[in-house]
Design a protein around this ligand. Structure first.
Ligand code: CDT
Length: 303
């Protein structure tokens, strides 16, 4: 339907040795609260089932493999799929994916949208992979997404889910207007964005105090410039020695934050959604058919 209550289900820190069953238990508690509040769509963060493992260098695949899912759903997350279906709640989930392509293992930073009937309606693999590829021991912590993930190969898909047009971006993608525009051009009305964003950015620590601002700046601009709701969901708090920003929020198509997390722990943030409000923007200031000038934008797609 077009009018419902949505939630961002922020997660606090996940320890390196916290089992999937414990994390899923925390998600089930948030889902219970969502049900009590009449929510029908919940956004969980990027890499929601484990600690943010790209902060460490692993010298061998066996140590790395434990953080990846080989199937989705699998036994660990089945309780989440079942509980959400029983409650008639759709959800977004980010996880590390170990896929097999032509007999080769390929690693992706992946997110799925699951509809209210428990069916996976959309799958996206992160395209803008930040950080670095080689071990940089001088850093206080690593950000090895370029080493541990292959660039997504599914484009920027949207799907018609439960009466609306939904898309997903993953963390660093939100900073790139082109990524949001790819979804906007396909008529997205709700974009789910999970993130793990350290407060400290070793290459430019002078920007540390701006991390929350840049997060909201990107989410709010993406919403407004494409006339879409955006639901941002953080993995937040002091995780294995690294502080991650919170600020999970729901942004209206006008770019206004209509609900905002108050903590850096497990927290459910809810707001009423009316997807027909997207037209306030899509039919006016950003009426693409009327006002876009794509023949002048060639530079945007030049390599
Ligand atoms: N997970 C993720 O993409 N995090 C990045 C951190 C900054 S780049 C090292 C982000 O864009 O928030």
């Amino acid at each position: 339907d077009r009018k419902f209550i949505a939630a961002s289900a922020q997660l606090g820190p996940i320890a390196c040795d916290e089992p999937r069953s414990s994390v899923v238990g925390r998600m089930l508690a948030l889902l219970d609260e969502a049900k009590a509040r009449g929510v029908s769509f919940v956004v969980f963060p990027e890499l929601a089932l484990t600690t943010f493992f790209p902060r460490w260098f692993f010298g061998n695949d066996a140590d790395l493999d434990v953080f990846y899912e080989r199937a989705m759903p699998n036994a660990d997350v089945a309780p989440l799929f079942e509980a959400a279906k029983a409650a008639g709640i759709g959800f977004h989930l980010g996880y590390a994916e170990l896929a097999e392509e032509e007999g080769r293992a390929v690693r992706y930073n992946t997110a799925i949208l699951v509809d209210r009937e428990g069916k996976i309606a959309l799958k996206y693999r992160k395209i803008h992979l930040p950080g670095h590829r080689e071990h940089e021991p001088e850093r206080p912590f690593q950000h090895l997404e370029k080493r541990y993930f292959t660039r997504g190969n599914l484009g920027f898909p949207v799907a018609d889910v439960d009466g609306g047009r939904y898309g997903t971006l993953i963390c660093n993608d939100r900073r790139w207007p082109e990524a949001f525009r790819m979804l906007g051009l396909q008529g997205a009305e709700l974009v789910a964005v999970g993130y793990n964003t350290p407060q400290h950015y070793p290459p430019a620590p002078e920007h540390d105090h701006l991390q929350d601002f840049h997060n909201h700046l990107s989410l709010q601009a993406g919403a407004y410039q494409n006339g879409t709701y955006v639901i941002g969901s953080a993995k937040a708090g002091f995780e294995e020695g690294c502080e991650l920003i919170g600020g999970s929020c729901i942004v209206a198509p006008t770019g206004e934050i209509v609900a905002l997390a108050a903590t850096r722990g497990d927290e459910l943030v809810t707001a009423p959604i009316n997807l027909d409000r997207c037209r306030e923007i899509k039919a006016n200031i950003f009426n693409f058919a009327l006002h876009r000038e794509p023949d002048t934008y060639g530079l945007l797609t030049a390599p």
